[in-house]
Design a protein around this ligand. Sequence first.
Ligand SMILES: Nc1ncnc2c1ncn2[C@@H]1O[C@H](COP(=O)(O)OP(=O)(O)OP(=O)(O)O)[C@@H](O)[C@H]1O
Length: 307
Amino acid sequence: MSEVICQTINLTKKYKDNLVLDNVNVNIKRGEIYGLIGENGAGKTTLIKIIAQLIKSTEGKIKLFGCTDENKLSKLQKNIGYTIENPALYMDMTARQNLEVIRMEKGIPGTYDIDRVLKLVNLDIRDKKKVKNFSMGMKQRLALAMALLDEPELLILDEPLNGLDPTGILELRHLLIRLNVEKGITIVLSSHILSELYKLSTCYGIMHKGKLIEEISADELDNRCKKHIFLNVSDSKLATVVLEKELAIYDYIVCSDKIIKIYSNLDECSKINSKLVLNNVLVEEISIKGDTLESYFTKVIGGATHV
Ligand SMILES: Nc1ncnc2c1ncn2[C@@H]1O[C@H](COP(=O)(O)OP(=O)(O)OP(=O)(O)O)[C@@H](O)[C@H]1O
């Protein structure tokens, strides 16, 4: 199992009486792309800021790269690159000049190869264009280059897709996948564009009203969302006998004494229904079910149970 490199333990944040984070426990494993999902005001940015050590929690702890010692945590900040809210860019400077400023601010040696990081984010190393003339996608990539300057192991991006057109989104998606796969960088990102998050994430943290409602791997999510025939019957044991013996259906799971999900024969609902009824199994519901990340998220924050 992969090492957890970022963990929060009962993290709580209050602004006066406003409980913004309520006992949040996230577990981010090395190599993951961790998608943070939540409505406006759910607490995503606050959580990200605490992990990046930009603000302090009211209660609870963070454990970074195995360390919880507050005195040592600040030194580990070097391993974390982030872009949170609108990163400050100097509009009258080129990308290289912006990176030089950040390099000096961070105390990174002058020998540091800024070309390398420009190339990494696909910005032209010879470009003399000032940032004020950059497209939104170029600005996002420059912000990413700044976050990558210290060669972080963990990259945290708050709403990196904001304001990007479809081409910009596609470019950024490919870039993030490359950073993750080729450079082994663990990425945490928040976005309201769930269809995009779905294309990137290997794990999700679902937040609602300051709570982490669910932490789920992409594989587990796919399993839960997979299209299936949903059966609510009088007796699931008897029903499985009919499914196997009468219909040669084996790709199913029994969820309870009444509920079965069948993952094959999706176009044979009426045949399944009549065979069950003929064999004295009362069918209360037979329907095709399955979720997208969007509908799954809505269901989870709505408090509906999964069946
Ligand atoms: N500095 C602050 N002082 C007081 N309240 C704050 C402060 N920062 C955030 N909040 C409150 O904390 C709550 C969570 O905000 P946060 O920005 O973390 O949510 P979010 O999930 O990132 O939302 P969004 O998707 O809109 O960015 C909100 O109610 C917000 O008003």
